[in-house]
Design a binder for this molecule. Sequence first.
Ligand code: ADP
Ligand code: TRP
Length: 320
Amino acid sequence: MRILSGIQPSGKLHIGNWFGMMKPALELQDQGETYLFIANYHALTSVSDPDALRRETLNVALDFLACGLDPERTVFFRQSDVPEVTELTWLLSIVTPMGLLERCHSYKDKTAKGLSPNHGLFAYPVLMAADILAYQSTTVPVGRDQKQHVEVTRDIALKFNNLYGPVFTIPEPSIRDDVAVVPGVDGQKMSKSYNNHLELFGDVKELRSRIMRIVTDSKSLADPKDPETCTVFRLYRLFAAPADARAMAERYRAGGYGYGDAKKALFEAMQNALAPFRRRRAELSENLDGVEAVLRKGAERARTAARETLDKARIAMGLA
Ligand code: ADP
Ligand code: TRP
């Protein structure tokens, strides 16, 4: 099994990213060879400030290393340090039907949110397919919103293999159903673009105030409450031990337990869960050269694998 996933350095990582992508990807480190990269080519579709892109790329590297990415076991790199994927993107473009890209939700969603409707944004799934196929990945852990892109990747790979011979491994998405969508403070899907997120490594005061502003219904303290429909409880359950989550659910149902208390408990649970990561991140920030060295070494390993696939594709297509 070869596992691959990427994340865009387009803003601070939040707990939706953690439960939906980072945690599952890190857990898979034990199950096979893992490739994890910072998708800075993809981020160019939304970040136009070069300093911001460099800063956020470094932040993502720190976040992953702080959260338990082991660079010995996992090939961890910056997407743009492997330029082979951009060449592969072109080769894959040749077998990508326009209709396949036109059906992708992300282009429509992102242009509706104001991103520039350029070719890069439209062709984004082909670059993602190149990321996945370059390393002959078998398993791609992603959130539900990225599932369509893995399906597009499969279609492209099958089409290529049919036309030119068996060059690519057909990948499978791996979606954790139990944590499919983490709600944001307004109850919608947590996303930095809705500004309803709770940052993984944000300022503690800001975290507390965002938790205190989580939208709840207007039931009074005495009323029994439904934990399953409450954003505070749904977030608490992600961080608390199962017994503590069951205890909170009982308090909700019994009545006499207010949302304010639940929010305080959520804040505490988050703080406890994230404290070791915060400590590790502070240590890593003291040694940025070390972080850079990790990314460079990862890129070397990634390039070797990508080169091999690219050469096969070039030969299959008659370029070499
Ligand atoms: P955002 O919506 O904040 O821009 P991204 O689209 O960059 O987040 O998502 C990066 C990764 O994190 C993807 O794999 C995505 O599926 C996952 N992810 C993002 N938000 C959530 C969420 N609320 N719940 C679960 N997974 C999420
Ligand atoms: N498009 C993904 C996102 O926005 C990031 C990404 C780029 C990716 N290439 C990938 C994820 C390859 C998995 C595999 O979240």
